[in-house]
Design a protein around this ligand. Structure first.
Ligand SMILES: NC(=O)c1ccc[n+]([C@@H]2O[C@H](COP(=O)([O-])OP(=O)(O)OC[C@H]3O[C@@H](n4cnc5c(N)ncnc54)[C@H](OP(=O)(O)O)[C@@H]3O)[C@@H](O)[C@H]2O)c1
Length: 336
């Protein structure tokens, strides 16, 4: 396959440290350019990483006719605006999570999503540990799935970090709660009907620093999660069914190129004697993500807005959780 020509918007840490090295290593990607608000920053990153072209503004990169696809790892409030600008320039967009700050904002991309491929960059969907967990659920290995429980935390109280700025879409629910929402939707293969949240905000920065939530998927299926930006780093996903349980030990920050281990308990013995550990093939989730997107672009199939549909579904759940924070009650998840 002829490599897809990519450009990256900004010198964001996730790009320069995780995603760009995988782009550079992939035969399916030709990384042509990086842009920054500051030309010297773009030039320094381009030189350090070995990217041929540096631009001193996002607009200049979007005007480069050679670029076919954009990776957008801007702060959350700029995801939709720059995705719209990129789509208007005819570029496909892989956009970081959360795709939008609200479902309405995500829906503003609807017309553009009919012209270019647009996808929310949930790299975990490409990791074998997530795919295997869903395969085990589908095969009935845990019986009827009842509950998904997610914990995801880290400690970061730096007021300069984008995660701690309320005005640009900071806070735990947007940053990591979106993964918990995804875990439930991915493993149940369904949409929640209603949601309730309990939110603790940092008194100075205003962002949510500890958010817990319940999502009711109907038919006796529930997601419970806690996410925190000011707690000791920890992450787990548990899927509990009538006869078994699956546990992902490092569900979100899988080691680069590492082999992850998943636990399957088909016995239910409280001492853990029924647990078997499965070691999954070595994988790099960011590489798999950019390659899957590149293949989609090169396949030449017309954009079908399925990526946007996924992003809207995610945003609808987060909308309901914010609404629940305000009302103190269960809130419906709006359906199309
Ligand atoms: N999928 C994942 O595993 C993962 C992991 C981490 C983060 N993310 C997502 O990726 C995005 C970036 O996260 P990050 O931690 O990499 O962020 P970061 O290092 O702070 O980078 C954000 C970049 O955006 C640009 N920018 C434009 N306007 C800005 C503003 N008003 N304030 C700050 N920066 C601004 C800056 O680049 P220039 O100065 O070069 O223009 C900055 O370097 C977020 O949406 C986050 O949710 C995803």
């Amino acid at each position: 396959m002829k490599p897809v020509v990519w450009g990256v918007l900004s010198t964001a840490k996730i790009g320069t440290e995780k995603v760009i090295p995988e782009m550079l290593a992939s035969p399916l990607v030709e990384l042509r350019a990086i842009a920054s608000r500051s030309l010297p920053s773009a030039q320094a990153a381009a030189q350090r990483l070995g990217i041929p072209q540096a631009y001193g503004s996002y607009e200049e990169l979007l005007a480069d006719p050679a670029i076919e696809a954009i990776y957008n790892p801007l702060p959350n409030h700029l995801h939709v605006p720059l995705t719209l600008q990129a789509a208007a320039a005819g570029k496909h967009v892989l956009c970081e999570k959360p795709f939008a700050l609200s479902a309405d904002e995500a829906l503003s991309v609807r017309a553009a999503a009919a012209t270019v491929h647009i996808e929310e960059a949930f790299m975990v969907r490409h990791h074998p540990q997530w795919q295997r967990a869903r395969e085990l659920v589908r095969a009935g290995r845990i019986g009827t799935p009842r509950a998904v429980q997610v914990f995801f935390s880290y400690f970061n109280d730096d007021g300069a970090n984008i995660r701690n700025q309320a005005a640009i879409g900071g806070g735990a629910l947007y940053d990591i709660g979106c993964y918990a929402v995804l875990a439930g939707r991915y493993l149940f293969e369904a949409e929640p009907l209603r949601a309730v949240s309990l939110v603790d905000r940092d008194p100075v920065m205003g962002v949510d620093r500890l958010t817990s939530a319940l999502l009711d998927f109907g038919a006796g299926r529930q997601v419970g999660f806690t996410v925190s930006t000011q707690s000791v780093p920890f992450q787990r996903v548990q899927v509990v069914g009538t006869h078994g349980r699956i546990e992902l030990f490092i569900p979100f920050n899988a080691a680069r190129g590492g082999q992850m281990t998943l636990a399957l308990d088909e016995g239910g013995a409280l001492d853990g004697s029924g647990v078997t550990l499965e070691t999954l093939p070595a994988a790099e989730q960011y590489r798999l993500e950019v390659e899957a997107f590149s293949r989609r672009v090169r396949a030449g199939t017309p954009p079908d807005a399925s990526g946007l549909g996924e992003a809207v579904a995610q945003a609808r759940v987060i909308d309901a959780l914010w609404q629940s924070e305000r009302s103190g009650r269960w809130e419906p998840v709006v359906r199309d």
